[in-house]
Design a protein around this ligand. Structure first.
Ligand code: ATP
Ligand code: MG
Length: 155
């Protein structure tokens, strides 16, 4: 997923960067740019309170590779699948998952270890397997604004 518009400076910035957004569209724009940093096999943990903008951020990511205007929240599905050329993009939402058990963790593992790209809302439910993430994004709500912290796993 190379993008000519990106340069080394951008990559360094994304190792740990905090963004402040005032509108949903600004958050989508951050998501759109973030997409170009993703590599095959990446696992993105996305956390933040209810309504903080996690799905909005994912809409921005998807906008970079799909003509679909906006990704809908996978409200009734745990996983929504998209194609990026030859690989898959999995938008996983664990909000409705009550408990991690041996059955559902196997299903989740099948997705995230498939060497595609997965972005997981409410990833903090995946207790004890935090080490698997390659990116950690947290959205904090401060009044009407959002603070988006993007961290890339240090090797
Ligand atoms: N700066 C902003 N960034 C993102 N969303 C914003 C911002 N300002 C306002 N909003 C609004 O906040 C809401 C965010 O909803 P969204 O579904 O993206 O949140 P979520 O974190 O995915 O929620 P859930 O936990 O229910 O999945 C939207 O209604 C959006 O328009
Ligand atoms: Mg959501």
């Amino acid at each position: 997923m190379k993008n000519k518009k990106l340069n080394i400076r951008d990559i360094n910035i994304f190792k740990k960067k905090i963004y402040i957004t005032k509108t949903a569209n600004e958050t989508r724009n951050i998501g759109s740019k973030f997409f170009y940093l993703l590599k095959k096999g990446d696992i993105v943990f996305l956390n933040g309170d209810l309504g903080s903008g996690k799905t909005t951020f994912v809409q921005g990511i998807i906008r970079s590779f799909s003509k679909d205007k906006f990704a809908k929240s996978p409200s009734f599905l745990l996983v929504k699948e998209y194609n990026i050329k030859k690989i898959k993009f999995y938008h996983i939402d664990l909000y409705r998952l009550e408990k991690i058990n041996s059955t559902n963790i196997d299903i989740i593992y099948d997705y995230i270890y498939s060497n595609n790209i997965s972005v997981i809302e409410w990833a903090n439910k995946l207790v004890n397997i935090e080490h698997i993430k390659t990116w950690d994004i947290t959205i904090d709500t401060i009044g009407s604004i959002r603070k988006i912290t993007i961290k890339k796993k240090e090797i």
